[in-house]
Each structure stands twice: as C-alpha cells, then as structure tokens.
Design a protein. Sequence first.
Length: 206
Amino acid sequence: MIKRATEIRSEARLSLKGNWGMAVVTFLVFGIITGVIGIIPWIGWILSLLALPLSFGLAVAFLNNARTKQGVKVETLFEGFYDYGRIFGTMLLQSVYTFLWSLLLVIPGIIKQFSYAMTPFILKDNPELKFNGAIEKSMAMMRGYKWKLFCLCLSFIGWAILCVLTLGIGYLWLGPYIQQSLAHFYLEVKAEYERNNGEAPAASAE
C-alpha cells in the first residue's frame, strides 16, 4: 500500500524545506514562458505544442528534488529539449489521448488524465521508452491508484481557495507544493509497481 495523501504532502514539504525559493522561481519561469507563448497571436497554440517538453522538465525538476533534496533547478525545465523527439512525441500523444477521451464526457477524460499522469516521470527513469510504451507503463502503474491520486489532488482544494483570496499570488507556492507531492506520489507508485511485478528498482538518472 502506498502512503496516504497527508503523508505524501508531508514528504513534499520536507523536500521543499530550505528549497522553496528556487521551487517558486522555477514554477514562475514555467508559468511565464507557457503564458507568453499561449497569447502570441495566430501561432501561439502551435508554439504551445512545441513547448510541451517544458511540462516534462517541470516534473523532472521536482522529481530530482524528491530524490536528492538538493533543490529545484530552473535549468531542468529545459531538459526535455535535449531529447526533443522522444519527449515531444510522447507528451503530444498523451495530450491527444486525453483530449479525445474528454470528447466522450468530462469524467472519462479526467480518469484518463490520472491514468497517464506518471508519463513524464517514466520518460525520465526509462530513457528506452517513448510514445505508447511510456503511456502504457503509466496506465499499468496507475491501475488501482487513480482514486489515490484523485484524493491527493482533492486534498489541495482548501489551499486553492485560499490562493483565490490572495488574488492568485498564493499559487506561486501552491504550484510547487502540488508538483513536489506528485513527484513523491510517483516514487510511491513506482516502488509498489516494482514490488508487485518482481522488478529490480531502476537506477535513476540525474
């Protein structure tokens, strides 16, 4: 059994202790880049697609910190561009699948979004996987844990309401908190998946 949401959030706070500054800066840089790209007339949506590896980099930045507690680094945001074809192709495919499922109804789209949620982390830890291979592994790892992830996300709703009262400024801290919690959730699910499938723990790449 993986840890409860309260325990995962506690581990996230411990990882961020002393590292909040760079975590906030990294999240802010991510938000500025994606926000500016998105509002560019005519070609903004195309550039947003081309910048999908930034989402991978954001996940990796917090995953590295979850493992080493050596801080979130801004330059990690751009890690996905060094393996652009594999990262872009997989993240694009994930987005397309989620969109298509959302066309059916909102609920199937949300379920699939949780099912695919571990894909960026898997891309980091499994450089041999790409496209459907990485997405399918995320689906396998999340089998039986989608509700756990939903509960983890739901546990931040109180903080989200408080952020609204700060005119959105609080999201600069809530965003990194959520990202760090997702990284710790992945480590929990990954360890459980390896135990259940008799896999040796994979060596993580920094």
